[in-house]
Design a protein around this ligand. Sequence first.
Ligand SMILES: [Zn+2]
Ligand SMILES: [Zn+2]
Length: 255
Amino acid sequence: MLVRIIGGHGGVAPGFRATSYLIDGKLLIDAGSVASGILIDEQVLIDHILISHAHLDHISDLAFISDNCFGLKAKPFQVYSNQKVKDAIKTHLMNDVIWPDFSKLPNEQRPTMSFNVIVPEKELQLAEYKIIPVTVNHPLGGMGFIVEKKNTSVLFTQDTGPTDRIWEMAHAIKNLKAIFTEVSFPNNLQDVARISQHHTPASMKEEIKKMPGDIPIFLGHLKPNFQTILYKEIEEINSDGRITLLGSDDTSYVF
Ligand SMILES: [Zn+2]
Ligand SMILES: [Zn+2]
């Protein structure tokens, strides 16, 4: 399984792209930078898009990828999220005011983008991928995803504060090869992290105790303005070298 971090940050600035992880060039998790971060020729090849939650840094490029690929795809992009997130995207983003509703364009029979509702802990089979969505601790029922292909599983929490259920499930996965989760704010902003349901290095240090051991951990969603201090504070909890920070966008990992 090839995981390409198109964008791995919790914000946007020159050199920092918002969250979009692309698996094998076909399955996308979150649409924060997919339109600006890869070629349109590559965007057209994406079949399925999992959306963790409705914050703008995870959905903004649904708008632009629809526009870029309009008329170029044989089949619509299939977008998957929980009901609340689907409703939010259709009400607030693709509402024919902020942006056209590409689920009706060029027509409702053959649209550019189709929206599908998925249910936490109900398994989903998309081509060769078995996916289990799991609710985490983030607004609007934010979800993480456990993605399995052949004998390899990779866990993605996406945005979350301290959470439990996805780690309980992780312990039961025998072929888990990597954990992608987040750290957004430095330790002196622990209150901000708690209120906004995100992690600091200090809260991540506690969170790691809930995870299955010896699995590599990749931390993304660093806020661009705190990149330097987050590097320093993560180093302090990474004595065993288990953590990789997603500090640079457009990096790839094979599992
Ligand atoms: Zn985010
Ligand atoms: Zn968020």
